[in-house]
Design a protein around this ligand. Structure first.
Ligand code: ADP
Length: 153
C-alpha cells in the first residue's frame, strides 16, 4: 500500500480538530501591572507569553519573554514601569477563535512568528472588544501532534 491514502486520512482527521477542542487556560495580567510583576507571573505560571487585559478581562495586548528581556536591559525601574508600555497592543494582536480549525491557528503561529495566540470572542454590543477565553501555543500544538501520533486523539 502506498502512504497516500493514509496521509489523506491523517489530514482529514487533523482538519476536524478545532481550537476550542484543545485550547489551554488563559494566562493574563492586568495592563496596569508592572513589568516586574509580569516577570514574576511568567515564572509562577510557567508560561512564555501573557495576555494583557483591562479590568473587565478584555484583550489589550500580549507580552512575551523577549519584550520583558528588552525592558530589563533598558535600565528603567521595572517596579514602576507598567506592562502596557512594553506590550504588543491591539489591534496588532493575532488571535484565534474556538471554532477555527487548529490547522489554521498553527499556520498563523508560523506565518506571524509568534509562540502563542489568544483565543477570543467578541463582546456583545461592545465594538471591537474581545474577551479572552484561552490560548493556543506551540506547546498545545506539539501535544496534539504527539497525541495524534500515539493514537490517543
Ligand atoms: P519571544 O519574545 O519569547 O520570542 P514571541 O516570538 O511570541 O515570543 O514574541 C515575539 C514578539 O511578538 C513580541 O514582541 C510579542 O509581544 C509579539 N507577540 C507575541 N504573540 C503575539 C500575537 N499573538 N500577536 C501579535 N504579536 C505577538
Amino acid at each position: 500500500l502506498s502512504s497516500k491514502p493514509s496521509q489523506a486520512l491523517v489530514a482529514e482527521e487533523i482538519k476536524k480538530i478545532r481550537v476550542g477542542d484543545i485550547k489551554g487556560l488563559p494566562r493574563v495580567i492586568r495592563a496596569g501591572a508592572s513589568v516586574y510583576e509580569a516577570i514574576v507571573s511568567m515564572f509562577l505560571e510557567d508560561v512564555g507569553t501573557l495576555m494583557v487585559v483591562d479590568d473587565e478581562g478584555h484583550l489589550e495586548g500580549v507580552v512575551s519573554r523577549k519584550d520583558l528581556l528588552k525592558a530589563a536591559i533598558g535600565g528603567g525601574d521595572l517596579q514602576k514601569m507598567p506592562v502596557s508600555v512594553i506590550m504588543t497592543r491591539m489591534p496588532n494582536i493575532i488571535c484565534t477563535t474556538p471554532d477555527e480549525p487548529v490547522l489554521a491557528a498553527a499556520r498563523k503561529i508560523i506565518e506571524h512568528e509568534v509562540d502563542a495566540l489568544p483565543v477570543v470572542r467578541p463582546v456583545n454590543g461592545q465594538g471591537k472588544k474581545l474577551k479572552v477565553l484561552g490560548r493556543i501555543t506551540k506547546t498545545t500544538i506539539t501535544n496534539l501532534f504527539v497525541e495524534l501520533g500515539e493514537g490517543r486523539s
